[in-house]
Design a protein around this ligand. Structure first.
Ligand code: MN
Ligand code: MN
Length: 475
């Protein structure tokens, strides 16, 4: 039951398409490091592909028919794309789902403090991370600051060519005797993940300090001159004040572009590949779909890394509500047709899988592990300690998926996440499964999952695209 390495089967034409697609993917993950950025880009691409917004479709008041393409956005962090097929909607949708949030450090609501002539930004990490991996690497700060007057400022510092970057410092090895004896989980602790944000004091003359307004940086300079300088700079350059951090979502992410990896350039090293390495091919497959028999849906969600909770996570009703709206516009409104359509749907819940890492091979069971380069990975079940929390796809659906992959000539493999009893993981699959639809976990194998820089294989990214295309067409 060994699966062949996909690279062995490629023609010149395959390799050309693979490289072109990998370039597009590398650009996407280099430019889109937050769920908001991914969502914005997905909408841009959808509009180019002829999608119109749900609101616009509603305003037009016409009945949706096969070939119509609709998108709906939820708070700028969650997007759903629907393309209507020939068959009645009650016969169900073919759905591609993936998440666009990734592990990172979020700035706290009250983040700024001065200490020892530095100004630092306090963070609260998001998702499961090995905290010690996030020190001493160049970092960028991306996100939004929402102001009381309704404006939303975009912040993106650290990824532009001339931008400064940020970092979290670590204790020098010379003084780290005690630290090096600690357990890895506490070598660097959450409250030590503070971002170095400046070291230059604001210099104010005595007269100017005297004349300065209460609460202004010039007034603060006497007590905390480095913090004062940062606040002055934020005001001048970005137009917000310290109070505005209260209503900001600023994410600290690895700075710099994703790159080809290895002498042969066969892999990608990049941030946030969990799960944009599934989200991007899902999105592209949805956008390039031709005429379809069954209606196609691509849903890109937020908050997977913290349990799929909240208004923009898979567990929110946004998905169900959007499908209900689309069905209403297609002339099949109402609760019962909606329930029937959802129950008759088929879904690939796409998320990354743990690739067998030769440096850490003892944590894997090789017969049931994913290998980089052997194609799209299917996890019949996920979960941990006895499949707990898993959506265990039914055997009949797995058989259907095998057939579909054959029809699309897709290289695929099946896997579990590591050895039994070693650990495990969850995905969004169990949530749509509640409607009674068939769902299976699919995705791309990754090394160093949740690290600042993760590794994938270009062959697997290409096979994911082919697999998603085939699923929309044949499932
Ligand atoms: Mn993850
Ligand atoms: Mn994931």
């Amino acid at each position: 039951m060994d699966r062949p390495n996909a690279w062995k089967g490629y023609t010149e034409q395959d390799l050309e398409e693979l490289e072109r697609f990998a370039d597009g993917y590398i650009d996407f993950i280099s430019q889109c490091k937050t769920e908001r950025a991914c969502c914005d880009r997905a909408v841009e691409m959808a509009k180019e592909a002829g999608y119109i917004s749900l609101e616009q479709a509603r305003d037009q008041g016409r009945t949706l028919v096969a070939g119509d393409r609709i998108y709906a956005v939820n708070r700028g962090k969650n997007v759903i794309l629907v393309q209507l097929g020939e068959k009645p909607l009650e016969q169900g949708f073919n759905i591609l789902g993936a998440h666009i949030d990734s592990p990172r450090l979020d700035l706290k609501q009250n983040p700024v403090y001065e200490s020892s002539d530095f100004v630092l930004l306090d963070t609260h990490y998001y998702g499961g991370i090995k905290k010690y991996q996030w020190v001493t690497v160049p970092l960028a700060i991306c996100g939004v600051v929402a102001l009381k007057d309704g404006r939303v400022l975009q912040v993106n510092v650290g990824d532009g060519e001339d931008d400064p970057v940020f970092c979290v410092t670590d204790l020098l090895i010379h003084l780290a005797g005690d630290q090096m004896q600690k357990k890895a989980s506490v070598v660097v602790e959450g409250e030590q993940l503070d971002v170095l944000a400046g070291s230059r004091p604001l210099v104010v003359s005595d007269e100017d300090a005297e004349a300065a307004e209460e609460g202004s940086p010039e007034k603060l300079a006497a007590k905390e001159p480095v913090k004062a300088n940062l606040l002055k700079l934020l005001k001048e350059k970005y137009g917000f004040e310290e109070e505005d951090f209260l209503s900001a979502e600023l994410e600290v992410v690895p700075a710099g572009r994703a790159r080809s990896c290895g002498f042969d350039g066969s892999m990608v090293l990049g941030y946030g590949q969990d799960d944009r390495v599934c989200a991007y091919p899902s999105l592209v497959a949805q956008l390039e779909a031709g005429d379809l028999e069954r209606s196609a849906v691509c849903v890109l969600v937020d908050k997977e890394e913290i349990g799929s909770v909240g208004a923009t996570g898979m567990d929110s009703l946004f998905f169900e509500n959007t499908i209900a709206e689309v069905m209403e516009l297609a002339g099949v409104g109402g609760m019962l047709p909606l329930r029937r359509a959802l129950a008759a749907s088929r879904m690939l819940s796409s998320d990354v899988s743990a690739g067998l890492d030769p440096s850490w091979a003892s944590s894997f069971e090789p017969k049931n592990s994913a290998f980089l380069g052997r194609g799209l990975v299917f996890n019949k079940y996920t979960g941990s300690r006895g499949k707990s929390g898993s959506n265990d796809a039914s055997a009949e659906f797995v058989a259907r998926v095998r057939k579909v992959m054959e029809q699309g000539e897709v290289a695929f493999q099946t896997a579990e996440l590591g050895k039994v009893d070693v650990g495990g993981g969850g995905t969004i699959a169990y949530i749509p499964a509640k409607y009674g639809m068939d769902v299976i976990d699919a995705g791309v194998a990754v090394l160093s999952m949740h690290a600042p820089w993760e590794v994938t294989s270009k062959a697997d990214i290409y096979e994911a695209l082919k697999g998603y295309r085939a699923f929309l067409k044949y499932a």
